[in-house]
Design a protein around this ligand. Structure first.
Ligand code: WTA
Length: 635
């Protein structure tokens, strides 16, 4: 019986039981049979859910790029590893074979080494969705440098905060990037951030837009001439299974972004295993995940998961609306994509456009379609299922997080019957539980609660870079001994899970996690602002949008509230990124606060939603009269 590939429902249940009863045996076998290791482990895992300490494949030695690239060369050297589909459909697509990928990654690895990057150094990658991005990520992994990819839509402020938090030595960027009809001046943003990033020694610059960008002598280097001189083969660094692979930042409900640290062995095993099963990957498939590599979805399911399985993965530079709303469907047709993995926000926005855009294309190559990043509402689920999946492709609604490294709860196509809006059943090795307010585990079905995971899995994040205490407090103290996800969920009559949304102060806007605290911090820097509170409210396309309640001081002469509102959004855009802009701004004279001074966000959320029916218990409020006032002036 195969451990790696799940064939039918009975097999799934069997594997699931095995993974719970004998987790060591289960993961030992998967890790042993499907990867190349320099040295095997002493112990499958060594874990402590109280102290949040996790080791998987203890003392094993491995390099993930050996598994992503080298081991495929003998049989699949000429197979396409990456299909690069440019932003502009008139520009030719590129097919990068495994042989070529080996050479490009080797050259880049050699350049990094020559430029002084060593094992354990942090390298910040701030690139658009071009092959150099994939190559840079893999080259870091090849030499044991820790990559920290920063999404190219983030502003200089966000880049600076991330670079400084991890103390990166180098930034890899490009002269610019294309996104739809826009050109983004990435090098300009890097130049703005660099004076405040003392740890950066060098900036390597790839060419994409051929824009004329200033280069600072001694700090900035064009990448291509360095690559041209480098050797096209390289020795992979021998890594311990627990050596860091990457840091990826995610928003917290308070304070600065959290640098989630993932390590090598466990992440490798889990992303490969989940890719294989959740997408029913077969040898000839063409897999396309539309996420950006700047997010975890891109790390695990554009790069590592597919390459570990020797798959062909599509790297798409563009956006779903350029040059028109049929772009996604045209790309599926063009490259005969077999698995398509995207986000509900994209589906919702495309479903608002004429059906002709999608109906022009038969999409017969598709086999499995997937969704990730936020709850998919019923209407979007059906539109996706009917018009993209043609009612014949299983729709896998995959729930997971930056912190989990890989997919946790999801149907397995052709195995698990799907149910609209349900992520359905946990994958083998994953033990979800629902908890009530009294921290008790809720047994039985048809129940709702806070979603926790009660046993570790190979790709659980190991820590928050530089702040293990915060890691412990954020994820392991609300429900001692369990990993708390921050999400609420319900379990239906047959045990299927449906994720209902965040239960903390993170709002998911168009699939991007945004902590409200950092946005409030940005707003509060405006000289006219006294205090602010941000909440999410439902939005047709974005899933959620942001509503700001803001108390003003003096506005200043000759200016009005409209000016201030504009400046506030500009400030947010500069410090965090345009995705965090507020859809609605209401200036208020006070905020509902408890006697201990805490803002009662629950009430603000209800007002933002336009639901005035029941504000719940307001007896602890210091200023209950403010509610009516805010309600009456809602925008
Ligand atoms: C949400 C993205 C409902 C959830 C991989 C989670 C989802 C957060 C789903 C993590 C889904 C992700 N259904 N909600 N299928 N997938 N989420 O870290 O709130 O960017 O906690 O990882 O997205 O977002 P992150």
């Amino acid at each position: 019986m195969s451990y790696y590939t799940i064939n039918d429902l009975e097999h799934y249940f069997k594997m699931y039981k095995k993974s719970v009863r004998e987790p060591r045996k289960f993961w030992d076998r998967i890790a042993d049979e499907n990867f190349v290791w320099y040295q095997k482990w002493e112990k499958v895992f060594d874990v402590d859910m109280q102290e949040a300490k996790f080791k998987w494949f203890v003392d094993a030695k491995v390099n993930i790029t050996k598994n992503c690239i080298d081991r495929h060369l003998a049989r699949k050297g000429e197979k396409t590893a990456i299909i690069f589909e440019p932003n502009n459909p008139d520009e030719e697509a590129q097919h990068i074979s495994y042989n070529e990928l080996y050479k490009r990654v080797s050259k880049m690895a050699n350049v990094l080494r020559e430029q002084g990057v060593k094992k354990g150094d942090r390298v910040c990658i701030y690139l658009p969705m071009i092959p150099d991005l994939a190559v840079a990520v893999l080259a870091c992994a090849r030499i044991g440098a820790i990559h920290s990819v920063v999404f190219a839509g983030f502003s200089a402020g966000a880049l600076e905060a991330r670079v400084n938090d991890c103390g990166a030595k180098m930034v890899i960027t490009s002269d610019g990037g294309y996104r739809g009809d826009k050109t983004i001046n990435l090098k300009g943003i890097v130049d703005e951030a660099m004076p405040k990033c003392p740890s950066i020694e060098k900036v390597l610059v790839a060419k994409r837009t051929n824009s004329d960008v200033p280069m600072q002598e001694g700090r900035d280097f064009w990448l291509q001439p360095l690559l041209d001189k480098a050797l096209d083969n390289s020795v992979a660094e021998i890594m311990d299974s627990e050596d860091p692979l990457f840091i990826l930042y995610t928003s917290g409900s308070t304070g600065k972004p959290k640098g989630m640290l993932h390590t090598t062995g466990g992440y490798m095993v889990y992303t490969a295993y989940t890719f294989k099963n959740v997408f029913n990957y077969q040898d000839e498939d063409i897999f396309w995940c539309t996420a950006d590599i700047g997010w975890i979805t891109g790390h695990s399911y554009i790069l590592y998961g597919p390459l570990l399985n020797g798959a062909t993965t599509v790297l798409f530079e563009g956006v779903p609306s350029y040059p028109d709303f049929s772009r996604f469907w045209e790309v599926i047709e063009k490259h005969k994509v077999t698995q398509f993995y995207t986000a509900p926000t994209a589906i919702r926005s495309l479903s608002k456009e004429s059906l002709e855009y999608v109906q022009k294309f038969p999409l017969r190559s598709l086999k499995v379609i997937g969704s990730v990043g936020e709850p998919i509402n019923e209407e979007a689920w059906h539109w996706y299922n009917d018009h993209v999946g043609g009612k014949r492709c299983p729709l896998v609604d995959t729930w997971w997080q930056t912190e989990t490294g890989g997919i946790m709860i999801s149907p397995i196509p052709f195995v698990t019957p799907t149910k609209p809006t349900y992520a359905s059943l946990p994958l083998p090795g994953i033990q979800p539980v629902l908890m009530d307010e009294l921290r008790n585990e809720i047994e039985g079905n048809q129940v709702t609660g806070s979603l926790c995971i009660k046993f570790p899995w190979p790709s659980i994040a190991r820590t928050i870079w530089g702040d293990h205490q915060r890691y412990k407090e954020t994820y392991f103290t609300a429900f001692p001994g369990k990993y708390f996800t921050g999400d609420g969920a319900l379990r239906d009559e047959v045990g299927y899970y449906r994720i209902t949304g965040r239960v903390d102060d993170v709002v998911i806007v168009s699939g991007h996690n945004l902590g409200t605290a950092p946005i409030e911090d940005a707003i509060n820097e405006h000289p006219a602002v006294a205090e602010s509170a941000i909440v999410g409210f439902p939005h047709d396309i974005k899933g959620n949008a942001l509503y700001g309640f803001i108390i003003l001081k003096e506005i200043g002469e000759g200016r009005d509230r409209a000016n201030v509102a504009k400046e506030i959004n500009q400030l947010i855009s500069d410090q965090i990124g345009p995705i965090a802009k507020l859809d609605k701004i209401q200036f208020v004279s006070g905020l509902p606060k408890t006697r201990s001074g805490k803002i009662m966000r629950r009430i603000l959320r209800k007002i933002a939603e336009g639901d005035f029916s029941n504000f719940g218990d307001t007896s602890t409020l210091l200023n209950p009269e403010i509610i009516d006032q805010i309600k009456n002036e809602r925008v």
